[in-house]
Design a protein around this ligand. Structure first.
Ligand code: SF4
Ligand code: SF4
Length: 299
């Protein structure tokens, strides 16, 4: 294989040039589907006017598009949604991704654990990180902790890296903390997350840029991201707000000319940002104070 061939990846005769993640990138979010088995009242997927138009990539397309990425051992391709395991080709997608690429998963674990364990070996979703590679969301409004804990214990006994996260929503924080105590007693890693979004006319969460999410105005700014976000149809978006609002994508993962443009871009939608993009949070090394985007005023 010559150098040019080594820099290209593809199946079905359709080679695509590799796409290297910039050194400053912190996250690769692959939204396989926005479908979900549950309907949580505070679901961030419904923060905007999520568009469901367009088709969803199939297993071959996802494998081809994701396999062209060049990441780092500490920067996995994170499969998420919606509930990513609801993609009809979920198992084929996981097995089709270039094996050297680290993969992890955000799931509500409403899945057939036996089939998952039969088709995905524990090592495929395990990486060096101070938290679990399979991160299960617990939502007391729509889930029961006892069967969830049983599933997690089954996966743990099979050698998978699994932990549970619960959102401290003002209406269900006590239930989350009770579930946390139940799981910790059984040796399950259960962590909590700050609630992001509106509740009783109050915006909850800690944000780096005042006024970004309230929707009170729309202002032109310059914005630069540290995340590669890919929607169910393969479109690449500059932020969660663009993804959920169905704004114009900045590229497509199956476009041979696609490159990651690591620069500030002009945006007219500041004031209608999504909490995921502007909250202060920990980065992949669990360091505090990180935001997904940097925003500057001006054109
Ligand atoms: S499990 Fe997650 S994606 Fe599904 S409805 Fe609940 S919050 Fe939304
Ligand atoms: S300013 Fe807000 S809406 Fe615009 S690109 Fe940045 S995060 Fe997205």
């Amino acid at each position: 294989m010559n150098g040019d061939q080594a820099d290209r990846v593809g199946q079905d005769g359709g080679a695509l040039p590799r796409v290297a993640l910039p050194a400053g990138y912190n996250y690769v979010g692959v939204f396989l589907t926005f479908d979900c088995t549950l309907r949580c009242g505070y679901c961030l997927n419904r923060f905007g006017r999520l568009t469901r138009k367009g088709r969803t990539l199939n297993a071959n397309e996802w494998a081809k598009g994701l396999s062209r990425l060049v990441t780092r051992p500490d920067l996995p391709v994170t499969l998420q949604g919606g509930e990513p395991t609801m993609h009809p080709d979920f198992h084929a997608i996981v097995s089709g991704i270039r094996p050297v690429l680290p993969v992890d998963l955000l799931t509500n674990l409403e899945l057939d654990v036996g089939r998952f364990m039969n088709e995905i070996p524990p090592g495929r979703m395990k990486r060096e990180a101070p938290y679990a590679s399979i991160r299960v969301s617990y939502h007391p409004e729509t889930m029961t902790v006892e069967p969830l804990a049983e599933k997690v214990l089954t996966l743990l006994s099979g050698g998978y890296s699994v932990g549970i996260w619960g959102v401290l929503h003002p209406g269900s924080a006590e239930a989350v903390l009770r579930a946390q105590a139940y799981c910790l007693e059984r040796g399950i890693d259960f962590r909590t997350k700050e609630f992001l979004g509106m509740h009783e006319d109050t915006l909850h969460g800690h944000y780096a840029f005042p006024g970004a999410c309230e929707g009170h105005f729309r202002k032109r700014v310059r914005c630069r991201t540290t995340e590669l976000l890919i929607g169910p149809g393969g479109d690449v978006f500059r932020c969660h707000a663009d993804l959920y609002e169905g704004r114009e994508p900045v590229g497509h993962i199956l476009d041979a000319s696609f490159r990651i443009d690591d620069r500030f871009r002009s945006c007219d939608h500041f004031g209608h940002c999504n909490p995921c993009d502007v909250k202060t949070k920990t980065d992949r090394f669990q360091r505090d104070g990180h935001t997904s985007v940097t925003i500057e005023s001006g054109e």
